[in-house]
Write a protein that binds this ligand. Structure first.
Ligand code: BES
Ligand code: MN
Ligand code: ZN
Length: 507
């Protein structure tokens, strides 16, 4: 889908579908009053001699936010169709409702046969959000609704939507100078999200560690990134005993992928993103129960989000340096698999008693985090579907964020709020370290039932003492279950916003 931005004259604008915003204005008495139109809508309505307001007055457009009404061949307009979208009461228009309205518009557009459409409601604003923010949200909502993953279906594929070109209309007033840049950033971010979603949705028999490495190599070629892939023998030689211990039960070759994007001068220290890339988590010898185990194909979502974020940053030529470090392997039972009680020596030299082989994410991450030190990072952020406990704590709304630096935590919280890809901070107090004590090694890899997400983060904290580091637990947000089962591409929007804001705090 192609996006453009420009000023339009609503009645003279030739398009397959002119999308207008409608909202209810409250009467003095506080009742929902008549429906009103966005500025471009008022102008189009005048040219159409009131045809649009008459349609509204008949009451066919529900007040429910995101409801739509399609009008054909409105006389006086060059547009073939007019799609009215309800934004509800403007006074109550917050981010969530605005996104509902966008989703409603996108869903309606998906079913139309027109190849191009123009969104002409950008004058309807969420208080406190910039014009650029509205452009970004519109792009993300459309791309989200038009995303498909049907390459593995041979029958009953939904027909491809006809819509290929979308214009974001600035009316009234000229196009803001920063609008083109915003658009470029939003499109690149949407590309990164789609990329991460597809990697997540692919089953583990296709999306293996080798497949992830190949996809990273393709990205490197396409966007001129540097890439290095470490093999098992390299990991052995380096002494990554924790990472190697997780892969022992699997026949799939583990990979440690390092992908580097350089958008700033060589001496600018990079942001390093470390992503958990377990392409399937059976639990290993501490085998998981069968129910919903298929969803453990999504256990590489952290890795997918790192690749997606780098793709986005490279695609928009962001003025910063970023490196992705991805430990990728399968967690399988088998004759060679690690067993509960086994003790491994990590790359850092610290020893770990593996009391539960299902707490494997922290084992691959700890060695990757130590490895990341060699890139002299400005900050390190790891992203992992790390604990079921995080889903219990925060559900599917917010990711958990932990940091050994409050300023870094604040930046991630703010970026998440901005991108509406939110996270929420949990404590990383030393008091929790006690739960990781082991009688036989420097630490255990589990800390018992209480505060499971915090003890997992506390484990990682032992490997990042020298760094400014944060950890995002995306176990509840990286994918959806049930009828809508599928990868969300989160937290790509958060990571991209964070990187852009971190590199240039003023924006
Ligand atoms: N990948 C899982 C975490 C997970 C579970 C994410 C369910 C989303 C939904 C992780 O490797 C894991 O198995 N964690 C264990 C840790 C426990 C053994 C300390 C968990 O959360 O049960
Ligand atoms: Mn596990
Ligand atoms: Zn896992």
């Amino acid at each position: 889908m192609q996006f453009g931005i420009g000023h339009i004259v609503p009645e003279d604008h030739a398009t397959g579908c002119l999308v207008l915003g409608s909202y209810a204005k409250r009467t003095r008495a506080g009742k929902a009053g008549a429906m009103q139109l966005s500025r471009a809508g008022e102008r189009a309505d005048r040219a159409a001699k009131g045809a649009i307001t008459r349609a509204l007055a008949r009451g066919d457009l529900p007040h429910r936010v995101g409801a739509t009404l399609l009008l054909h061949a409105v006389s006086g307009l060059k547009a073939q169709r007019v799609l009215l979208v309800s934004f509800g009461d403007l006074k109550e228009l917050g981010v969530a409702k605005y996104r509902d309205a966008l989703r409603g518009a996108a869903t309606a557009l998906k079913d139309l046969a027109c190849a191009d459409a123009t969104l002409a409601f950008l004058d309807l604003h969420v208080p406190g959000r910039s014009p650029a923010w509205h452009v970004g949200q519109a792009v993300m909502a459309l791309r989200d609704a038009f995303y498909r993953f049907d390459q593995l279906k041979t029958r009953k594929k939904a027909p491809a939507p006809a819509l290929v070109r979308v214009t974001l209309a600035q009316f009234p007033g000229p196009v803001a100078p920063e609008a083109q840049r915003t658009l470029k950033e939003a499109v690149a971010t949407a590309d990164g999200v789609a990329f991460a979603r597809t990697l997540g949705n692919l089953p583990s028999n296709i999306c293996t560690p080798s497949y992830l490495a190949d996809e990273a190599r393709k990205l490197a070629k396409q966007f001129k990134l540097d890439i290095e892939v470490l093999e098992r023998r390299d990991m052995d030689k380096l002494g990554m005993g924790a990472l190697v211990s997780v892969t022992r039960g699997s026949r799939e070759a583990p990979k440690l992928i390092v992908l580097k994007y350089r958008g700033a001068e060589r001496k600018a220290r990079p942001i390093v993103f470390v992503g958990k890339g377990i392409t399937f988590d059976t639990g290993g010898i501490s085998l998981k129960p069968a129910g919903e185990m298929d969803e453990m194909k999504f256990d590489m979502s952290g890795a997918g989000s790192v690749l997606g974020a780098l793709r986005a940053l490279a695609g928009m030529r962001a003025p910063l340096n970023a490196i992705g470090v991805i430990p990728a392997c399968e967690n399988m039972p088998g004759g060679g698999a690690s067993k509960p009680g086994d003790i491994v020596t990590t790359l850092s030299g610290q020893t770990v008693e593996v009391l539960n082989t299902d707490a494997e994410g922290r084992l691959i991450l700890c060695d990757a985090l130590t490895y990341a030190e060699r890139f002299n990072p400005e900050v390190i952020v790891d992203i992992a579907t790390l604990t079921g406990a995080c889903v219990i704590a925060l559900g599917h709304i917010a990711a958990g964020v932990f940091a050994n630096d409050q300023k870094l935590a604040d930046e991630l919280l703010a970026a998440g709020e901005d991108a509406w890809d939110r996270c929420w901070q949990l404590p990383l107090w030393e008091d929790y370290q006690e739960q990781l004590r082991s009688n036989f090694a420097d630490m255990a890899n589990i800390g018992g039932r209480p505060a499971g997400s915090i003890t997992a983060a506390s484990f990682l904290a032992r490997f990042t003492r020298k760094q400014r580091w944060a950890h995002l637990d995306v176990a509840g947000t990286a994918w959806k279950s049930g009828r809508e089962k599928g990868s969300t591409g989160r937290p790509v929007p958060l990571l991209v916003k964070f990187a852009l804001r971190h590199a240039k705090p003023a924006r």
